[in-house]
Design a protein around this ligand. Structure first.
Ligand code: SF4
Length: 388
């Protein structure tokens, strides 16, 4: 919460007490808008602030770096130029456009929200807070971003960048993720919002956090808010925001395999409601205690498809991070004796024997896409055409 310091705070009315903080001085932020005008990045959704573009960009930017989000945004809007196009798209297509961004519930929610907009709002992104919050995947921040950035409404917002800037500017000495700190951050955001300038002001705060007041090594000498900043005055900017409790990283050993039969490979589509619902994959799963990865992939194939497979060769080991997991994916080439029976799916809702080239049109989770890329860079497995 706002920290009380012995000397007078630079911000004339910094929230210096945890009981009844007073309104901060908006004048202290006067340099922010000119700085934004001179320094803002030319992002594609800033050309005309179309509500559809702002909505898509805000969903993509959650958990995603800006450069990456811009590439995906251009590809997405090139293929799906408006709400109606998203609503009409097949889920497979939506997931394929999202492939590699992770957190696939965002793509499924976009799809569901577009369909809701067609039903309730004539294919428009709604402007009212209540209508926005009723859409799948739209929370307080996203609704406020659409209202302020797309529609120019006087709506404050707080994201990770704004939180970091305010924690430093006002020297808030509790983790930004704590509920009481969040309440204070939103209160400050509302108190500092210049009427009629929410579009620029909100983006300016986020841009400042992304470009200048960065998590490591804030560039205070280049900051338009430096004269007003408590953390700078106290020389504690690197210690704000106060870190929250770190989540433990959990190692996870998985096994999967590429089952080849008559020039094709077996893939299955995960069930809806699954974290990877709608994505395609090679069957596989966790390596259990006392089991080798090769034994695990044989067991997983039996459990998930009813197939009796054998390992013909180890392929590679892929390592990647996923939320709080550090995944080790052990990959094998597999074969079956005799003609494959009809699969009995327990984790999936669809399946196919696909030629390698067909797999480029399907969306896979990150580990399996890395396996496909690994395969594409090598001579084809025995009995298969090249992968790409
Ligand atoms: Fe962040 Fe430094 Fe600017 Fe303060 S002066 S808001 S710490 S960049």
């Amino acid at each position: 919460m706002p920290r009380t310091t012995a000397s007078a705070p630079v911000l004339s009315a910094s929230a210096a007490t945890t009981t009844e903080p007073t309104a901060p001085s908006a004048a202290a932020l006067a340099a922010l808008l000119p700085w934004f005008a001179a320094n803002k990045r030319p992002l594609p959704w800033r050309r005309d602030y179309q509500p559809y573009h702002v909505w898509i960009s805000e969903i993509m930017l959650q958990q995603t770096q800006m450069d990456r989000a811009v590439d995906y945004f251009l590809r997405w809007t090139g293929r799906l130029p408006d709400v109606a196009a998203v609503a009409a798209a097949r889920e497979d297509e939506v997931l394929k456009l999202w492939e590699g961004l992770g957190y696939y519930s965002r793509a499924r929610n976009l799809h569901a929200a577009a369909r809701a907009m067609m039903e309730r709002h004539d294919g428009r992104v709604p402007e009212a807070m209540e209508a926005l919050l009723a859409l799948p995947g739209v929370g307080r921040y996203t609704a406020a971003a659409v209202r302020s950035i797309a529609y120019g409404r006087d709506e404050p917002l707080v994201d990770a960048n704004v939180a970091r800037v305010f924690c430093r500017l006002f020297d808030l000495d509790a983790p930004a993720g704590e509920a009481a700190t969040q309440r204070e951050l939103w209160r400050l955001a509302g108190a500092l919002l210049p009427p009629g300038r929410a579009r620029e002001h909100n983006q300016a705060l986020m841009e400042l956090g992304a470009l200048v007041c960065t998590p490591r090594g804030p560039r205070c000498a280049a900051c338009p808010l430096a004269p007003a900043c408590e953390a700078r005055r106290l020389d504690i900017a690197p210690h704000r925001p106060v870190p929250g409790k770190k989540k433990d990283i959990v190692p996870l050993a998985l096994a999967t395999g590429v089952l080849v039969h008559q020039g094709r490979v077996f893939v299955q589509k995960r069930a809806p409601g699954d974290v990877w619902g709608g994505l395609w994959e090679f069957p596989g799963g966790g390596v259990e205690p006392g089991e080798t990865p090769a034994q695990a992939v044989i067991r997983e194939y039996m459990e998930e498809t009813g197939f009796t497979v054998r390992v013909t060769a180890p392929l590679t080991v892929i390592r990647h991070g996923y939320t709080r997991f550090r995944v080790t994916l052990n990959c094998f080439a597999l074969a079956m004796d005799g003609a494959p029976p009809e699969p009995v799916l327990t984790e999936a809702v669809d399946w196919r024997w696909a030629a390698p080239r067909e797999l480029t049109a399907l969306a896979f989770p990150a580990g399996h896409r890395k396996l496909l890329d690994w395969l594409a860079a090598r001579p084809p497995l025995p009995g298969l055409e090249p992968w790409a």
